[in-house]
Every structure is written in structure tokens, then in C-alpha cells.
Design a protein around this ligand. Structure first.
Ligand code: IPD
Ligand code: CA
Length: 160
């Protein structure tokens, strides 16, 4: 799955160069971690990796692209993961959509697998479902969350 995605392919190109020149004995796992850490749009938290390619699109588009890459939209389950996401938002100066929606049942935010969220970081006054049209979740530069229309275009951020 790693080699089938354009997102990860970029990472592995850097990775191969790195291996070729200096670390030929390292396993692909080490190689992957070094490369992600060196990639400006990449963050590692525990055993989770967040990567953006810089692409922007609406929620369905981004969700599909992360799936195709063998991952899913960023779905923070704790403050450390949320901080890693925030750092990418700040670096790119663009908000991202999380893999969290209340599309199924208004006001009940869930991960894409249907599980109720275990962590949240809502901006004060959010989620407000403005005009009854906000079922997706964006992350601001301050790390806080806002429910937002899924049709808006946001920066892609996948987790692996
Ligand atoms: C809105 C505001 C509001 C938030 C909405 C946004 P807009 O921005 O930021 O506080 O709850 O989700 O759409 O549409 O007035 O630029
Ligand atoms: Ca809102």
C-alpha cells in the first residue's frame, strides 16, 4: 500500500536517497520515520504519522485521497496528536478538515468508522452548526476546532 500512494511515494523518494547515501543498512521502517520527520508537512506522534501533500479540496475529496493513499483523514484522539496537527496548520497557514463529522446524527460527532469521539478541542461557541449546514470539523491555527460546511476547501492532512 505504501508504494501505491502519491503521498507516501514522495516520502519514499526522499527515503531512498537517504538510504542510498548513508543508511543502507536501515530497515524501511526506520527509513520511513526519518523521512517523515525530515518532511516539512510531516509529524510523528507515538506510532501515528500525519502528512500533508499541500493539496486542498472539499471533505469528500480529501477523505477519498487519504483512503487511496492507504491512510485516513487526521483523527486526533488526544492533545498531543492535536498539537501535531496544529503545527502543520500553522506551517501551511491553512486549516484542515479532520476525519470527524456529525453527518449521521446532528450534534453527535464521530470518527469515520462510526465511533463516538474520545477527544475534542472546540473553539468557544462551537460547534454551532451555522445555518444548519456545518457537519465537518476544521482546525484553526490556535489548534481549536470549528464545525464547518463539508463543501469548503481545506488543506489535506492524512494519518497513517
Ligand atoms: C463563520 C464564523 C463562525 C463559525 C462558522 C464560520 P464566516 O465564518 O467563523 O464563528 O462558527 O463555522 O463559517 O462564514 O462568517 O466567514
Ligand atoms: Ca461553526
Amino acid at each position: 500500500a505504501c508504494y501505491s500512494s502519491s503521498l507516501q511515494f514522495t516520502v519514499f523518494i526522499e527515503c531512498k536517497d537517504y538510504l542510498w547515501f548513508s543508511y543502507g543498512h536501515l530497515s524501511p521502517l526506520f527509513c520511513y520515520c526519518f523521512s517523515v520527520a525530515a518532511f516539512p508537512g510531516g509529524q510523528i506522534v507515538g506510532n501515528k504519522v500525519f502528512i500533508t501533500s499541500g493539496y486542498e479540496g472539499n471533505f469528500d475529496d480529501l477523505k477519498q485521497r487519504c483512503l487511496q493513499a492507504g491512510g485516513q483523514l487526521a483523527s486526533p484522539r488526544n492533545a498531543a496528536e492535536n498539537t501535531a496537527i496544529q503545527q502543520i496548520v500553522v506551517l501551511y497557514k491553512k486549516s484542515v478538515f479532520l476525519g470527524i463529522t456529525d453527518i449521521q446524527s446532528e450534534g453527535k460527532f464521530k470518527y469515520l468508522n462510526g465511533e463516538a469521539i474520545v477527544y475534542s478541542n472546540w473553539q468557544q461557541g462551537e460547534p454551532n452548526d451555522e445555518k444548519g449546514r456545518e457537519n465537518c470539523v476544521e482546525v484553526y491555527g490556535n489548534g481549536k476546532w470549528n464545525d464547518r460546511s463539508c463543501g469548503e476547501k481545506k488543506l489535506i492532512l492524512c494519518e497513517f
